[in-house]
Design a protein around this ligand. Structure first.
Ligand code: B4P
Length: 189
């Protein structure tokens, strides 16, 4: 299956994708993870990305498209994928459509995980204590939420207009959210 997971920072995209990748036996492609790996490796791309991520802003569309295009063409993504964190604005959404059409892998479904803002802020504050991710500081999270509202929220309408969107409640336990997503995928299969 070819799935895009959408949702605010802290809505559980990465958490759910990590579970679904086992169930569906397709790779979990997280642009956040790809970027953090580039930062860790100290590559030129990583050095550029780190400053942007620490400000809570979006890394440039050109860099992201290059990263995602290469990853989607890897052998393990031929049978499907779960995209987490991409697309994050309308220009990325259009670019993704073009790439998927070119490689003959059209999207099956986009799933929006809905969670109340106060809850996502609390979840990220907890992760900041547990994992110390440099972009999880209170100030950066506030900026990430603002960027989400301004740039990523319209992507939900983009998929709704194409008839590819399903919304799922992201509140409750991780297992409860996973059951809801699986129910959606069963109707798509
Ligand atoms: P991401 O890595 O995508 O960060 P995120 O939005 O916070 O999501 P994540 O997947 O990590 O967390 P999740 O909601 O699962 O992006 C980081 C940065 O990279 C961006 O700010 C940007 O700068 C850059 N970037 C990435 N993609 C880009 C793109 N396409 N274009 C440009 N820039 C890009 O989980 C959060 C926490 O909630 C976890 O601790 C989890 O344990 C907890 N949680 C999850 N579900 C829960 C539940 N049901 N109940 C309680 N807690 C739960």
């Amino acid at each position: 299956m070819r799935i895009v997971l959408l949702g605010a920072p802290g809505s559980g995209k990465g958490t759910q994708a990590a579970i679904l990748t086992e169930d569906l036996q397709v790779p979990h492609i997280s642009t956040g993870v790809l970027l953090r790996a580039a930062v860790e490796a100290g590559s030129e791309l990583g050095q550029k990305a780190k400053a942007v991520m620490d400000r809570g802003e979006l890394v440039s569309d050109d860099i992201m498209l290059g990263l995602i295009e290469e990853r989607l063409q890897a052998e393990d993504a031929k049978g499907g994928f779960i995209l987490d964190g991409y697309p994050r604005n309308l220009s990325q959404a259009s670019a993704l459509d073009v790439v998927l059409e070119r490689i003959g892998q059209p999207l099956d479904v986009a799933i929006q995980i809905d969670v109340d803002t106060e809850q996502v802020v609390a979840r990220i504050a907890k992760r900041a204590q547990e994992e110390g991710r440099s972009d999880d500081s209170e100030e950066t999270v506030r900026k990430r939420m603002q960027v989400y509202q301004e740039q990523t929220a319209p992507v939900v309408d983009f998929y709704a207009d194409k008839g590819q969107l399903t919304r799922v409640l992201g509140e409750g336990t991780i297992e409860e959210v996973n059951h809801r997503i699986r129910a959606v995928l069963q109707t798509e299969a």
